[in-house]
Design a protein around this ligand. Structure first.
Ligand code: NAD
Length: 284
């Protein structure tokens, strides 16, 4: 029953994730509003649809990989959205891998379970939603080594394990709806703060006469070691194959990082938590 997978949002991450599902042998149908990316898939003989609703109509599982909360809300509940068909929703599982706030995730999860009431009268299975944002970036999406942080019903998580293992190497269950999203924005908050710390330290170090390559060696065998120093070094020429060494082209866009920090800031404000580093990192 996991065979027909709809995939919506074929950007830097989604196109690679969908390709890995296709390689694994899933029967994949895709949709995106960007027609050039859609053409890439149809040219390979992959089934493409013009709206989320049409994808839902022929899928058992639908995965979304979209930029921000408004896009996800629109794809689920907007006109021709996943949940807007005439008939009860077809898919039994919805997985959103976009990085969005836990509040929006819970809203959509509720909308999915409201569809379940209609479904039950028609003796269909109960549809469920998992929030399953990812860590690892474009290279991990390509290699199928992403880490998924999964919130939602435990049974749905277990049933979706094979999908996760087709696109990633880890899938960590976090708890109820929204906890995957919460894990992701916390991860990215910590990553933003450490990336800014590493960058500032490199500017200071180079200004004081230490080369970035030497400072990197020291960081990576000392207590400053982190992802930004050993995997995604911010100084051009220190590491091969990272955005800084190709004129900051590709990779995880600054606009997406700013979006994630704003999600963390909004969530912290909503619960009245003081988070000075989040505010500072968002400003930078
Ligand atoms: P992207 O902008 O490259 O891709 C988003 C895709 O969604 C685009 O192809 C766009 O056309 C499509 N889209 C937008 N609105 C749509 C709609 N209404 N209907 C159908 N398609 C629509 O973004 P990305 O880098 O692939 O990131 C996707 C999500 O994953 C974001 O939430 C991001 O924060 C998160 N993420 C990104 C990375 C990374 O390294 N790029 C890593 C981890 C998580």
């Amino acid at each position: 029953h996991l065979e027909r997978v709809g995939f919506i949002g074929l950007g830097n991450m989604g196109s690679r994730m969908a390709n890995n599902l296709i390689k694994t042998g899933y029967n994949v149908t895709v949709h995106d509003i960007n027609l050039s990316v859609i053409k890439m898939f149809s040219d390979k003989g992959i089934s493409v649809k013009g709206s989320p609703r049409e994808v839902a109509e022929i899928s058992d599982v639908v995965i979304t990989m979209l930029p921000s909360p408004s896009h996800v809300l629109n794809v689920y509940t907007g006109p021709n959205g996943l949940l807007n068909g005439e008939n009860p929703v077809k898919p039994w599982l919805f997985i959103d891998s976009s990085t969005i706030d836990p509040q929006t995730t819970r809203k959509i999860s509720l909308a999915v379970s409201n569809c379940a009431l209609i479904e039950k009268r028609d003796h269909c299975v109960t549809p469920v939603m998992l929030d399953a944002p990812v860590s690892g970036g474009v290279a991990a999406a390509e290699a199928g080594t992403l880490t998924f942080m999964v919130g939602g019903a435990d049974e749905a998580y277990k049933a979706a394990k094979h999908l996760f293992s087709s696109m990633g190497k880890n899938a960590i269950y976090c708890g109820g709806a929204g906890t995957g999203s919460a894990a992701k924005i916390c991860n990215n908050l910590a990553m933003a703060a450490s990336m800014l710390g590493v960058s500032e330290a490199f500017v200071l170090g180079q200004s004081l006469g230490i080369s970035a390559t030497t400072l990197t060696k020291i960081f990576n065998s000392s207590t400053a070691r982190c992802w930004s120093s050993d995997t995604y070094n911010p100084v051009p020429g220190v590491m091969d194959g990272v955005p800084s060494s190709r004129n900051y082209d590709g990779g995880f866009a600054s606009a997406l990082m700013a979006k994630d920090l704003n999600l963390a800031l909004t969530s912290a404000k909503e619960i009245g938590l003081n988070s000075p580093l989040t505010s500072q990192a968002t400003d930078v």
